[in-house]
Write a protein that binds this ligand. Structure first.
Ligand code: NDP
Length: 320
């Protein structure tokens, strides 16, 4: 058997957002049960480049190894390219043979928004009708799709640092562009922060009572999107405790200011999905899901893509 190569177009066709939300829920449950395991990701930043390479291995018992090798080049959007470039590799769980290499930009885009979809499904109020998206890049677009899959929004507002970017995404998605983050957040039941901002773009006093926030943008200890007051006031849910304690600027900078500690983390999403912990307890509770991104999510997406591609004869098979 050769190695199946799946392009960006293959990934987009074979991994629709609604299906990916269910795939992510399964993966987070499997991680909680111990059927999947992941180490912390390894991030390599050569000096003076401004770029990085992240290595994200994962294992599913008796089934597969996965490895996402992802380069992050922040200057790429100005070139018309996704900032995240790389491959997700899928290896046979019995022999270690390489089975597939897949476009990691599309997988990262879709699975990240799908995980926020899972969090919103379990944590946002059922009657959530107003959505705010902060940012206007790859994740902002994907989050509009993911949020629409889990709640019936009647009003969607997008804000971005560069107003024409917000206008462009709003026009494409048929939603509103607004002039400030505060305006986007006013009355929003669900908020998605999807920026590369280093300093907070969300202040507690701008959030509506009972809002649910998916904090997606910062994946490193030195940057954050939420202010300390928001982190302290919120019931905090995470993809994985170990990752949060080591990688999350939103969490670690609030800890450094003495506002919260590890006990502030209410639960991992997997604990909510397997019934080991409870989510929202009242309609006016502020919930925050801090997303960092896990290799288990990439592995689960790759497994689904491989199975679908084999069923449909999709992709290109090569001998290595
Ligand atoms: P893009 O480069 O496509 O978009 C970045 C966005 O951030 C743009 O809308 C940009 O605004 C905005 N932005 C940049 N600097 C600032 C600032 N100082 N203040 C406010 N907004 C700013 O990136 P992606 O959409 O691919 O990724 C967004 C973030 O999500 C990244 O930080 C990335 O690391 C993270 N991410 C997290 C994942 C997870 O699993 N949690 C997975 C993938 C990505 P504008 O262009 O309007 O100026």
């Amino acid at each position: 058997m050769g190695v199946l190569v799946l392009s960006e177009a293959d990934v987009r066709r074979l991994l629709p957002m609604e299906e990916c939300i269910d795939v992510m829920a399964e993966a987070l449950g499997a991680l909680e049960h111990g059927d999947m395991t992941v180490p912390l990701r390894s991030v390599f930043r050569p000096p003076d480049t401004g770029s990085l390479m992240g290595l994200m291995p994962a294992h599913r018992a008796d089934a597969a190894y996965g490895l996402k090798a992802i380069c992050v080049f922040p200057g790429n959007p100005a070139r018309g390219l996704d900032a995240h470039q790389g491959a997700v590799l899928l290896f046979d769980g019995e022999t270690g043979e390489l089975r597939s290499a897949m476009n990691a930009s599309a997988i990262t885009e879709i699975r990240t928004a799908a995980v926020s979809g899972v969090a919103t499904r379990v944590l946002a109020r059922e009657d959530a009708r107003e959505l705010a998206i902060l940012g206007a890049g790859v994740q902002a677009r994907a989050h509009i799709a993911a949020m629409g899959a889990v709640r019936a929004f009647e009003r969607v507002r997008v804000w971005s640092r560069t107003p024409e970017h917000a206008r462009s995404i709003a026009e494409d998605a048929g939603v509103e562009a607004v002039a400030s983050a505060e305006e986007a957040l006013a009355g929003a039941d669900v908020v998605c922060t999807t920026t590369t901002a280093a300093e907070p773009i969300v202040r507690l006093e701008w959030l509506a009572p009972g809002a649910h926030v998916n904090a997606v943008g910062s994946s490193i200890p030195t940057t954050r999107e939420l202010d300390t007051a928001t982190m302290a006031a919120a019931s905090l849910f995470v993809d994985r405790r170990e990752s949060t304690l080591n990688e999350s600027g939103d969490y670690l900078l609030a800890v450094a200011e003495g506002a919260i500690g590890p006990e502030h983390i209410r639960a991992e999403l997997g604990e909510l999905l397997t019934g080991k912990a409870n989510g929202r307890t009242s309609d006016d509770e502020l919930t925050v899901f801090k997303s960092l991104g896990l290799a288990a999510e990439d592995l689960a997406a790759a497994e689904r893509l491989y199975a679908r591609a084999r069923e449909q004869g999709a992709g290109t098979e090569v001998e290595l």
